[in-house]
Design a binder for this molecule. Structure first.
Ligand code: GLU
Length: 280
């Protein structure tokens, strides 16, 4: 049983655009859950995707979070400065024989992938198991092979289940609902799944609060966390906000960025009171 003050949550924005209402509501929920638990809340800047991340958005999300009244404990964690953490995780997965190098291009995978299982869970093509590299052919020295893609070998047929505090019990079958997934890219950068799991483990996160679009990622992250021997966090996947036409809010809907609402004269209290009344 977790002692209340031991709760550690996190806010993990990506600096690829301005925060919109959907992020704001998820972060408001995350901050509320940390406060109710009398716990800590950490801020992590998910800035590994150098092609899409821009430094001005790091300043912008901090300013927007403060404007909304959401604070965090300690200084900000930057994923781009945590390569050692990710390398440590990779070495452990490599030692345990759970990853292998992959020379197939994204295009090849998309063309060869089997049709996704019809339950809407697939968010990427299933990597063909015929392309798995046998354990005896995996290079013994990981550090000399960090300029290639690496994949996690999923336990085919295993049911992965977790109890989500918002969405209820979630379950998926490895190898059917999702296949071997990337943990490292040939440009020398960890995948989101690897970085997120390694961070949640080393930052001591006890509950992950994020948007429901990431439920599918959780199954993969749970496999990594288990392999790392980490204490598994709890999960709360907040339902996604949609606009009046039922479309998911995305950063390109600039009119719903916190910045735009603020420029239109909306106050933080007005925004939060609409969250509280579930009007947004
Ligand atoms: N940085 C990710 C995003 O903005 C969220 C990652 C997470 O919460 O695990 O979509």
């Amino acid at each position: 049983m977790i002692k209340k003050r031991d709760y550690v949550g996190r806010l993990a924005p990506s600096p690829t655009g301005l925060l919109h209402l959907g992020h704001a509501r998820t972060f408001w929920i995350a901050a509320g859950r940390a406060r109710t638990a009398d716990g800590r809340l950490l801020l992590r800047n998910d800035d590994l995707d150098t092609a899409r991340c821009r430094p001005e958005f790091i300043d912008a999300f901090q300013e927007d979070l403060r404007w909304l009244g959401l604070g965090w404990d300690e200084s900000i964690f930057h994923q781009s400065e945590r390569r050692d953490v990710y390398l440590g995780a990779m070495r452990q997965l490599h030692r345990e024989g759970l990853i292998y190098p992959c020379h197939r291009s994204r295009k090849e995978v998309a063309a060869a992938a089997s049709a996704p299982h019809e339950d809407g869970l697939n968010d990427e093509p299933l990597f063909p198991t015929a392309w798995r590299v046998a354990q005896e052919d995996v290079p013994a020295k990981l550090d000399e092979h960090l300029n290639i893609n690496w994949r996690f070998r999923v336990p085919d047929g295993e049911h992965i289940t977790f109890d989500d505090a918002a969405a209820g019990t979630q379950s998926a079958v490895a190898g059917r609902d999702f296949g071997d997934f990337l943990v490292w890219r040939k440009d020398g950068v960890p995948s989101y799944q690897l970085a997120c799991a390694a961070d949640d483990a080393t930052m001591g996160i006890t509950e992950v609060v994020r948007g429901a679009d990431l439920i599918k990622s959780t199954f993969r992250q749970l496999l990594i966390l288990r392999a790392l021997g980490a204490v598994l966090p709890g999960y709360y996947h907040a339902p996604l906000l949609t606009n009046d036409s039922g479309e998911r809010l995305a950063k390109r809907h600039d009119s719903l960025s916190l910045r735009a609402l603020r420029d239109q004269g909306m106050t933080p209290d007005q925004i939060i009171s609409r969250f509280e009344k579930s009007e947004w």
